[in-house]
Every structure is written in structure tokens, then in C-alpha cells.
Write a protein that binds this ligand. Sequence first.
Ligand SMILES: NC(=O)c1ccc[n+]([C@@H]2O[C@H](COP(=O)([O-])OP(=O)(O)OC[C@H]3O[C@@H](n4cnc5c(N)ncnc54)[C@H](OP(=O)(O)O)[C@@H]3O)[C@@H](O)[C@H]2O)c1
Length: 343
Amino acid sequence: MNILNHKFELAARPVGLPKRSDWAFKEEPVREPADGELLAKIIYISLDPAMRGWMRAGKSYVPPVGIGEVMRALALGRVAASKNPQFAVGDYVYGLLGVQEYAISNGAGHTKVDPSAAPLPVYLGTLGMPGMTAYFGLLDIGQPKPGETVVVSGAAGAVGTVVGQIAKIKGCRVVGIAGGAEKCRFITQDLGFDAAIDYKAEDVTVALHTQCPKGVDVYFDNVGGEILDAVLTQINRGARIIICGAISQYNNTTAIKGPSNYLSLLVNRATMRGMVVFDYANRYGEAAREMAGWLAAGKLKSREDIVEGLETFPDTLLMLFKGENTGKLILQVAKAEQSASSS
Ligand SMILES: NC(=O)c1ccc[n+]([C@@H]2O[C@H](COP(=O)([O-])OP(=O)(O)OC[C@H]3O[C@@H](n4cnc5c(N)ncnc54)[C@H](OP(=O)(O)O)[C@@H]3O)[C@@H](O)[C@H]2O)c1
């Protein structure tokens, strides 16, 4: 097989925001898949805030990426060669394929996707891991009821856009917190949120008081830090807080800042619960079917932010932490229609 792979390996554990020198860009020949393996040509790589956590040593819900290992990432590719009976050449697969152009894998944990049912990038966002996170975090843990007020932070991002739209489908008042006027316009005018709070321009506590006149029943937290603390001052009795992420804290060089207003949970008999999407893996099909129906009916809109070029990976990843993405951030590393070719 006369093909070269290019890939990013983790070269050093970052302190603060990842730097170019934390990565090693490597070239290597692609080998033939062995029995039970497949070779995927990667088209789209999913860039996720969780990748920052995977670079950190220490205990988490998955082991860290080792120094010298290809950077872990969800990706979507097309099978270019296969000695695995479950995958045929030409199949589109979504799984942990890594930040590279070609991946050899045994297919464990990969799902096949149907390019005729939805555009391929949607399978990395609304119908992929972020969409599953939104669906199960909101519905299973948040349990929103019609007429309740749902607040979501990171509201213009991959998870937040889906959370807010599902909450609208469930008949809730939805308030999104996002950075900047354009993101606030997008979630209200294009996605139908009832209100938006620009945390970069407004006092979040004051704005929540205005936009949530009946208080907050469900808070889907993507950012942690000061915004979590502000929402805690506005929750209702029996409120449910979903701890999905805390992106404001991921690049801290000092200790993570926890909420100081946590006694509001006691006063309001409220719950705050963490969630990891992988715990719902055996129910992804159920969520994908329902969300595909909402997409087809026009009740749910999917937004992807696609940047081209594997070599841009170190800078493109940082867009997540600088708030430069709207919707699901994706790195495109091959043209979709040429993905089955072997050059
Ligand atoms: N628990 C799970 O299983 C699970 C699964 C998937 C994702 N997550 C978490 O869900 C959250 C959202 O992930 P995503 O993939 O949807 O990312 P995303 O929202 O598409 O992108 C990240 C966004 O975070 C916002 N942000 C960055 N720094 C911030 C700060 N200091 N304060 C407030 N907001 C900040 C930015 O938007 P603004 O311009 O609005 O600031 C940025 O666009 C992350 O915390 C992620 O780790 C958890």
C-alpha cells in the first residue's frame, strides 16, 4: 500500500492553553490492515473541549492520551480497505479514529452512518456525541416539563444549540447564555430560543433575573465558573442542574474554581448531577432516531463550523476556548467525494 499518513501526536502535557510545541506532526507509511482490522480514510475530525481533559495526566472517566500517542479524537471516515467482516469498503464509520488522515482499527465502538439520511457533518454534531450529550443530559437528568424555564450556557455551541432546541420542543421557556451579540442573535432568531444573555457584555445575575421572571427550573451547565455561580442564585425549589462541562476552567493553571453559592441547592432542595455521555451508549440509537425525526420535520436545526486542513489542528482546536466557533467545530481533512480513493 503506497499511502502516507500524517498525524498529530501529543508531545507534551500542556500548561494552560495548548501550544504548538505540545504537538508533534508526523508522517508515516500506511500499512495493510491485519485480519479483523479496517483502514479508514478520515474526512472529518470532531474537535471537542473534552480533548483538553484527555491531554491531562490523572484520573478521569477515560485514561489520558500518552505522550507520543496520536491525539484521541472522534472522527468520521470512509473504509478504504477492510479485513473486518462488519465493515465493507465504502462504508462511512464514526468512532475514535484520532487526529490523522488514515486510521487502522479493529472497529470496536465504531458506528456506520448513512450519508443519504443526513449530511455527513451532522453525524459529528447533532446526530453524534454532542447531540447525544444534549439529549440525555437534558431529558434524563434535567427532566424538563412544559412551562418550566431552562437555562443553558455555551448556548451557541455544539451541545448548547441542541439542548435549547430540545427544551423548546418540550414546551419550555429557554434562555441561552453565550458570548457576543451575533451568537445571541443566532440562538434567538435562527434557533428560536426565547431570550439570550451575552455574558461578555451583561451582568449575568441581573440578566437572569430579567429573562427568567419565574426563576430557573433546569440549568444545563457547559461552562462552570462564575456563570454557574450566577445561575445558582436564581434557581427554583426542586431545580435540576446538569453538570455537563466547565470549559471556563479547562485551561486553568491554578485550582479549578467551584461554585460558592452551592447552599442554594440546600435551600431549594435542588440537585446538581454530573453526566458522561458514554454512559448512554446503549441508548444512542433511540436518541438518534428521535432527533433525526425532529431534523426532518424542521423542528431541530444543526449548525456546523468546518475548518479545512489537518495542519491547522493546533490553532483550530483553540477556537473552542476562544469562543470562535458557532455550532459543532469540525476539522475537514479530506474531500468527502474523494474519500474512498487511496491517494
Ligand atoms: N459530559 C459529557 O459527556 C460531555 C460531552 C460533550 C461535551 N461536554 C462539555 O460540554 C461543553 C460544551 O461542549 P461543546 O462540544 O458543545 O463545545 P462548544 O460549546 O461548541 O464550544 C465551546 C464554547 O465554549 C464557550 N467558552 C469558551 N470559553 C469560555 C469561558 N471561559 N466562559 C464561558 N464560555 C466559554 C465558547 O462559546 P462563547 O463564545 O459563548 O463563550 C465556545 O464556543 C464543554 O464543557 C464540554 O466539555 C461534556
